[in-house]
Design a protein around this ligand. Structure first.
Ligand code: KG4
Ligand code: ZN
Length: 353
């Protein structure tokens, strides 16, 4: 029987109905349009928008699958990490559903769930998913996993789908934050990752010299210097006075993207090699970046390390990944939540639920 999953940790309200890793029905309502003019996520606005959406999309997800709560075996909800007021919305809603129905409720770590997204399936996989997955087969553990999103950038060793060891993490900005801040410095709105990728497509990645921060220094990351370098180059070359898609801006976007991607790919490869991992995972919002995916594949697969990457919509925040990890936790009776369970704004992925 399927599990109903809910996610509201940041600026997407999402619900999914999953049977293990099989996604029967899902919806994601993005709030990006509400936050764009503020240049980032405004917590108050996020909570309010989650409140308006959570019951509607839950009803719609069940209806789309032709199911009711009577057909569900359990509920999974993102317990953290994330914004407190945002997390509270889905957690409170899920607790209410659980109390009303008697269904067991498990609390899921959002960052851990991102790393499971490459293994989600739809009942009828599209040709793109078939092509992406062909030849890679089922994952063999342990896996080295990089989760790079707007709020987190961490490298893990996944001993299985439930057991994570942290190998490295960012010491300052998250990778997605570096894309967002660089886009903002170049005059673009939030979120900036996709904008930078689109601009970079027409640019020269070698046009500007950008040092790769901490490239050969262990498995931690530092991304805050990248945006400072972007700001300096933008000002030095007086890009503000030109059009927003000038050759210089395209070159700057491409040079920044190449630097950020090279650091992530080098560290993921080095994590996989140093741990003897049998495969690698690239996940989180930033993993939607086509150039990063291409570079990672090119670096890892010739070395015999299969790379597992979600389809772009499962790189971004979604509830399907919460449902898959939640199903595994429910099977083991892990992290069952009660009336008094509280969201966790900070939560290490390696801490068992
Ligand atoms: O995983 P996610 O949807 O939310 C968090 O958990 O943070 O990640 C959002 C982040 C944003 O910083 C966004 O700019 C970045 O992922 N992102 C990208 C791309 N698409 C989204 N970064 C680089 N290239 C992209 N195509
Ligand atoms: Zn996320």
């Amino acid at each position: 029987m399927p599990v109903l999953a809910l996610e509201s940790s940041c600026d997407e309200t999402a619900c999914a109905l999953v049977e293990n890793n099989l996604v029967l029905s899902e919806l994601v309502r993005s709030q990006a349009d509400l936050h764009r003019k503020y240049g980032g996520v405004v917590p108050e606005i996020a909570s309010r928008a989650h409140l308006e959406a959570v019951d509607l999309i839950t009803g719609a997800v069940l209806e789309k699958a032709g199911k009711t709560l009577a057909d569900v075996s359990g509920i999974a909800v993102t317990l953290g990490p994330g914004l407190l007021g945002a997390l509270l919305v889905a957690v409170s809603f899920a607790k209410g559903l659980s109390m009303a129905t008697g269904l067991p409720l498990t609390g899921v770590n959002h960052v851990k769930a991102h790393a499971l997204a490459p293994f989600l399936k739809t009942p009828d996989p599209d040709p793109e998913a078939r092509a992406r997955d062909s030849g890679r087969g089922e994952p063999k553990f342990p896996l080295a996993a990089l989760v790079a999103s707007g709020g987190h950038t961490s490298l893990f060793l996944m001993e299985d789908f439930l057991t994570f060891k942290t190998l490295g993490r960012t010491l300052d900005d998250a990778a997605g934050e570096a894309f967002d801040k660089s886009a903002k410095l170049m005059g673009f709105g939030y979120p900036g990752g996709k904008v930078v990728e689109d601009l970079a497509r027409g640019g020269d990645p070698n046009a500007y010299k950008i040092t790769r921060p901490m490239l050969r220094e262990g498995l931690d990351f530092s991304f805050s210097g990248l945006k400072t370098r972007v700001m300096t180059l933008y000002r030095e070359h007086d890009m503000e006075s030109g059009p927003s898609d000038s050759r210089e801006i395209r070159d700057l976007a491409a040079s920044f993207q190449a630097a950020a991607a090279e650091v992530m790919v080098t560290k993921l490869l080095s994590a996989a090699k140093s741990t003897g991992a049998k495969g690698a995972v690239l996940a989180g919002g930033v993993a939607a970046n086509g150039e990063l995916r291409r570079m990672a594949r090119e670096a890892l697969e010739p070395q015999g390390i299969p790379l597992f990457v979600p389809k772009p919509s499962w790189c971004a925040d979604n509830a399907a990944m919460i449902g898959f990890l939640g199903s595994l936790q429910l099977e083991k009776g892990q992290n069952l939540l009660g009336r008094d369970s509280e969201p966790k704004t900070r939560w290490n992925a390696e801490d068992l639920p």
